[in-house]
Design a protein. Sequence first.
Length: 150
Amino acid sequence: MKQLMLGSFLLLLPFIANGQQAAIVANSNHLAKAGGTLTIRAIASFEEAPGAIGWSIMLPPGWSLVDTSGPCRPEIAPPPGAIGKLEWAFVSVPASPAKFELTVSYPAGLSAGQSVSAEMLVCSNGESKSVATNRLSFYATAARLKPREN
């Protein structure tokens, strides 16, 4: 797995399955010791639009959703302040690439072992299948936390 830049976002983990691609990107490669916010972009690319797309993103304890935004905001989204397992859904799937951003807050004094994981589900012809499972892990340094590939 590689780290690539996509505009100002750091591509963390791309996955491809059956002509469909899913990725999570982040706008920073470190987190402030004092706490703060981080923007994560979820991107789904496909050759033929499925009937629906769902994203499930698991935040670590102490992290919470600030906002969902972007060029293709899903019709179903968790409310600001949501914690833990967050779920979004495109009922009317936009043109590829379907992407949205979530801003999350994280607490001060984070320790090693922090991770954000994601899974994209595709529904087509009455069937639902998992296309991607992503995990972004962080490790502590003296000044900040940096992402580590799994």
